[in-house]
Design a protein around this ligand. Structure first.
Ligand SMILES: *[C@@H]1O[C@H](CO)[C@@H](O)[C@H](O)[C@H]1NC(C)=O
Ligand SMILES: *[C@@H]1O[C@H](CO)[C@@H](O)[C@H](O)[C@H]1NC(C)=O
Ligand SMILES: *[C@@H]1O[C@H](CO)[C@@H](O)[C@H](O)[C@H]1NC(C)=O
Ligand SMILES: *[C@@H]1O[C@H](CO)[C@@H](O)[C@H](O)[C@H]1NC(C)=O
Ligand SMILES: *[C@@H]1O[C@H](CO)[C@@H](O)[C@H](O)[C@H]1NC(C)=O
Ligand SMILES: *[C@@H]1O[C@H](CO)[C@@H](O)[C@H](O)[C@H]1NC(C)=O
Length: 715
């Protein structure tokens, strides 16, 4: 729907606040891809939900946007503190260095090397941050009423098999931040009432068959940040039938076998983030009917078995982000009917389809690597990311200023260059081959304007619904073609500038050499440059295998930065072009102008004339501006390229500004620098406009030869 879109675009220009996109729904149910504004009969598209801007009158589009599906919220419900006890100490024996409240003893951070003796009916014993190194046998046996034992942040290495004997009432045991390497068989056998066992930040490398014997009531087990290699082949949960919550983030588990969790039917949360899992057997999770939260992110999974999630009908949150998955089966998520949040960040889904997310009826939050994918999950209200910095959900160009300026810049470039071509054709010049080079340069620069016009036009074409077309657009031939147009323009332009600079250099630095390129020579050089430019622009089409989708890697179809998805061939190619050819050309230009300037000065000082100084200043200014605008255009691009090769994250916004403002700087300024501001051109123009022109007869000294050359012929 182009015409309402143009209107919308104009409205944006005028007011920046467009409410023209609101669609009034005729029924209670909004069409696919749109969601209701509370109970108003207004529907808003997916892209306007949860984007930080109130689009509904009642603000309903920004309500309930927080993804609170995950475990932190479950955790709060379980971990309510007990605050009803009084503060007065009820124990007879308390070590002097410790504090006591009711039946709780606090010996945190007292430099203790052994567990001190306290009254036997202590219920909570805190010994965090001491220097206890071992837990000898039967030392805690008299604490029959102990419910919580804190031994975090000590230096415990060894735990005797009978260290916890007699602690029948213990409910929570904290052993995190120690140096425990092994858990002896049956070490917890008397802990019949233990619910929480926290073993975070230790060095446990394996779990023995009988380590968890006796933990019949264990509810929460955390083994976060250990060095577990593997989970025992026999079911982990045989000895912990009530295990509800298993935290194994930050280990070195490489394989999940189908038998490992066979009896874990009570599990609701399973966290396996930051492991090295690369193999998951089919059926690993098949018995976990109660599972609500599964985190498999940051592993090395390349493929998920097709029916891995088959029985997980209650699952609300699934995170498979940052895995090197090569593809996803189209029915992978079919049984996850209760799923509310799905994390797939950092995953390239090459054959994504609407079918994949079709059965996820309750899904409300989805997280992708690229915002284009959101177009395939239109049933989900909150889809992230909203933008890649270049394009947004709605528009090819995400930034309103750039949406306008792409037209301004395109117009300025085209107008300037076409103007110069016309005037050059109108004014007769005695230096034909130089005029030829200038016209060539203008043609090349003009192509940059054409490129920007196309970008602006496609921005309007896709206005309001870009994200549905994004993937198609980037893969389309149009995108490839206009991308190669921009490439052709920049490369031919910089090569022509180098050629013209070198020509000038030879004339000025070697004034008596009498070298002046003939018409034929100039023509063949120009043709050569254009052919080379065409080849550079077209080579990436040659081999899909090596270059991938070289131009269509972002919405503006210009391959400025490298990312991990770029093919090595494409990366070397664009590095070769931008940091090889272009940098080389830039350096030649800078050095030629510097040495030209010194050469002019030298010959000038020999001829001791008064006017020389003024002319020198003029030339210096002109040279400075030529080099300066080249630098302005190219140095940011070189930097960008180097940074992206150093794997520095470059936001799409930066790339967009560079492509629309910085890259075209030369194209826009070249006609001004090389033609319009030159004296000889202005004089010729006057002649052309039938204004009387008086020739000033300069004296033919070596110096004036070069001065005249600079003023009348070269420019
Ligand atoms: C246990 O606590 C009671 C108070 O509830 C107290 O009278 C008794 O002396 C304590 N027993 C020991 C061995 O400290
Ligand atoms: C561990 O205990 C020491 C005192 O022994 C303390 O200085 C340090 O802050 C504690 N570290 C943590 C992470 O709690
Ligand atoms: C676990 O290790 C990671 C990475 O080393 C660290 O960032 C995190 O704070 C650790 N977590 C805990 C609870 O110690
Ligand atoms: C999924 O996992 C990644 C990496 O571990 C994390 O950054 C992201 O916040 C998680 N997503 C959700 C929705 O929890
Ligand atoms: C993606 O491709 C793989 C294999 O090429 C296939 O098994 C899978 O079903 C495809 N997924 C979709 C959604 O087409
Ligand atoms: C989806 O969510 C609604 C409301 O929260 C709930 O009533 C319904 O049972 C859920 N559907 C499924 C398949 O879980």
């Amino acid at each position: 729907m182009p015409s309402p879109c143009v209107l919308a675009f104009l409205t944006v220009l005028i007011s920046l606040s467009d409410s023209s996109m609101e669609l009034y729904a005729t029924t209670d149910v909004c069409p696919l891809g749109q969601f209701p504004c509370g109970n108003l009969l207004v529907c808003l598209p997916q892209s306007r939900q949860c984007n930080g801007v109130k689009d509904c009158e009642n603000g309903a589009d920004e309500e309930n946007c927080v993804d609170n599906t995950g475990w932190p919220h479950l955790f709060d419900a379980f971990a309510k503190p007990n605050i009803l006890e009084s503060n007065e100490c009820l124990l007879d024996v308390v070590p002097e260095v410790c504090d006591c409240e009711a039946r709780r003893v606090n010996c945190n951070g007292r430099n203790l090397q052994y567990i001190p003796v306290v009254s036997s009916n202590v219920t909570a014993f805190e010994l965090n941050g001491n220097q206890i190194t071992s837990l000898p046998p039967d030392q805690l046996i008299q604490y029959k009423n102990l419910e919580k034992l804190h031994l975090q942040n000590n230096s415990i290495r060894t735990i005797s098999t009978r260290a916890f004997s007699g602690l029948y009432k213990l409910k929570k045991l904290f052993l995190s931040q120690n140096m425990i390497t092994t858990l002896k068989a049956a070490v917890f056998r008397d802990l019949h009432n233990l619910q929480w066992l926290i073993l975070e930040d230790n060095h446990i490398s394996s779990i023995r068959q009988k380590s968890f014997t006796g933990l019949k009531t264990l509810f929460f087990l955390s083994l976060l940040n250990n060095s577990l290699n593997n989970i025992p082949k026999k079911s982990f949960c045989q000895e912990m039938p009530r295990l509800n919550w298993l935290e194994m983030e930050g280990n070195m588990i490489s394989e999940l076998q189908s038998s490992s969790f066979q009896e874990c039917s009570a599990l609701t949360v399973l966290a396996l983030r930051r492991n090295r899992i690369h193999i998951i057997q089919e059926g690993t999770f098949s018995t976990m009917q109660k599972l609500i939260d599964l985190d498999l992110s940051m592993n090395r999974i390349q493929e998920l078995p097709p029916s891995l999630f088959k029985n997980l009908k209650n699952m609300k949150q699934l995170n498979i982000s940052y895995n090197p998955l090569s593809h996803i089966h189209k029915d992978q998520f079919d049984s996850l009917v209760s799923l509310q949040s799905l994390g797939m960040e950092g995953i390239e889904i090459s054959n994504i389809s609407i079918r994949m997310f079709q059965s996820l009826v309750n899904l409300s939050h989805i997280y992708f690597k690229k915002f284009e994918y959101c177009g395939y999950s239109l049933n989900v209200r909150s889809c992230k990311p909203n933008t890649d910095g270049i394009s947004s959900f709605e528009n090819l160009l995400a930034n309103i200023i750039l949406r306008v300026f792409v037209w301004v810049v395109a117009f300025a470039i085209c107008f300037g260059n076409v103007f110069v071509i016309c005037l050059r054709s109108c004014t007769a010049s005695d230096n034909h081959h130089h005029t030829m080079s200038i016209k060539s340069l203008c043609c090349a620069d003009c192509l940059m304007g054409v490129y920007l016009f196309f970008i602006g036009a496609f921005d309007i074409k896709y206005c309001g619904e870009y994200n549905r077309n994004a993937q198609l657009w980037m893969e389309s031939l149009q995108c490839q073609l206009i991308g190669s147009l921009a490439m052709l323009s920049t490369e031919v332009s910089i090569m022509l500038l180098t050629y013209m600079t070198l020509e000038k250099y030879i004339c000025i630095v070697f004034p008596f050499h009498n070298y002046r390129a003939g018409r034929k020579q100039t023509l063949s050089t120009l043709i050569g440059i254009w052919i080379l430019g065409f080849m550079i622009a077209i080579i990436p089409f040659w081999d899909k295998q090596t270059f991938g989708n070289y131009y269509g890697r972002n919405g503006v179809c210009f391959p400025l930065h490298s990312d991990i998805m770029e093919k090595p061939g494409a990366r070397s190619y664009s590095t070769g072009i931008f940091l090889g050819l272009n940098l080389f050309a830039f350096i030649i230009i800078v050095f030629s102008y510097i040495s030209m300037f010194y050469s002019v000065r030298r010959t000038g000082s020999k001829t001791a004339r008064h006017t020389v100084f003024d002319e020198e200043v003029t030339i210096a200014k002109r040279f400075f501006f030529i080099v300066f605008t080249d630098a302005l255009c190219w140095i940011p691009i070189f930097l960008l390229k180097i940074l992206s090769l150093l794997k520095v994250e470059i936001t799409g916004t930066v790339i967009l500004w560079v492509v629309i403002f910085i890259l075209p700087i030369n194209s826009a300024l070249n006609p001004i620098l090389y033609t319009i501001t030159t004296t000889s051109f202005q004089e010729r123009l006057k002649l052309c406009l039938q204004v009387k022109w008086q020739q000033l007869g300069p004296k033919e000294t070596p110096h004036t030869i070069s001065m005249t050359y600079i003023h009348s012929s070269t420019f």
